[in-house]
Design a protein around this ligand. Structure first.
Ligand SMILES: Nc1ncnc2c1ncn2[C@@H]1O[C@H](COP(=O)(O)OP(=O)(O)OP(=O)(O)O)[C@@H](O)[C@H]1O
Ligand SMILES: [Mg+2]
Length: 283
């Protein structure tokens, strides 16, 4: 099981959008996936079309991890059934249409303090001890480096940072990268940065071109490819609680393919090459 946190110091740069784009790619590929909505605003839960039906939300599971019974309290994403498994990346083709959500709620806010102790930092890891049936866990973090993000890092193997190609965002990404290194030394030796996703990239913008070149020279291979472009109908897709892989039109299809490749690169950079069976199917 891969646990990947999607984080940023800055708000509104596209953490939830990258989380849901990767979740859409994972569902289309048939990779059994859990999205943990750790942001008290619960945007990922909304975008994933979850109909709550009495499950414990993630805040309440964190309150009492030993009684969390994750498997009984996840909700299926409304996207399941929209996208047949096997329509995503052929390189990752797997065949299990599972996309579950640990439902977000304002209750998680009680842990978003700067002074969270070691015991509290382990709460998400303890809840995820029940996540063995998933191949991939994506944790959508709130826009700060407070308790919730640190709890997510403590439970993760990898962190994806999201940044827009702008001056403040690039500086914020460098600070977050340093924070990850410090956190790793002190609390989480298993954690490594998976890389940085550049989001809302405008191909015709010389400022964006300049900032991307700057990020490439600062972060080298940690700047993941492909970059995600500014997409005119992105809010419409999210507002309709649809998967990008299920949205009609060429621009959504193009973005869906970018997320397929991003997911492939993310999993491959952790040594997760496709199995022999998967290679066979690709031929
Ligand atoms: N590639 C994109 N193209 C167009 N709009 C985008 C793109 N990525 C994100 N957005 C829009 O930008 C806004 C912020 O995106 P999102 O909610 O994903 O960011 P976030 O980092 O999760 O925000 P927060 O810090 O509030 O959690 C949303 O309205 C979203 O629809
Ligand atoms: Mg968000």
């Amino acid at each position: 099981m891969q646990v990947v946190s999607i984080s940023s110091l800055k708000g509104g740069v596209g953490k939830t959008s990258v989380t849901t784009g990767l979740a859409s790619a994972a569902l289309a590929a048939g990779i059994p996936t859990l999205v943990v909505d750790l942001d008290p605003h619960a945007d990922a839960t909304t975008a994933l079309g979850v109909q709550p039906a009495g499950q414990l939300d993630i805040g309440r599971m964190l309150k009492n991890p030993r009684k969390a019974r994750l498997n009984e309290n996840v909700a299926a994403s409304g996207w399941v059934g929209q996208i047949p498994a096997g329509t995503g990346s052929p390189a990752l083709a797997n065949g299990h249409a599972v996309l579950d959500v640990a439902v977000g709620s304002a209750y998680t806010g009680i842990y978003d303090r700067p002074d969270l102790g070691r015991r509290d930092l382990r709460r998400l890891s303890a809840v995820l001890a029940g996540a063995g049936s998933y191949q991939l866990v994506l944790v959508d973090c709130p826009p700060s480096l407070n308790g919730l993000t640190r709890m997510a890092w403590n439970a993760s193997n990898r962190v994806v940072l999201v940044a827009e190609p702008g001056l403040f965002s690039v500086a914020g990404t460098e600070r977050t990268m340093r924070a990850i290194q410090l956190f790793r030394q002190e609390f989480a030796p298993q954690l490594s940065p998976a890389g940085i996703v550049a989001n809302r990239v405008r191909s015709g913008s010389s400022e964006h071109g300049f900032r991307l070149a700057e990020m490439e020279s600062m972060f080298g291979e940690l700047l993941l490819t492909p970059h995600i472009p500014e997409q005119a109908n992105w809010q419409q897709i999210q507002g309709a609680a649809h998967a990008v892989h299920h949205w009609p039109g060429d621009s959504a299809k193009g973005t869906a393919k970018l997320f397929d490749t991003l997911l492939e690169n993310l999993l491959a950079s952790n040594g997760h090459a496709p199995s022999n069976g998967q290679r066979e199917r690709r031929r």
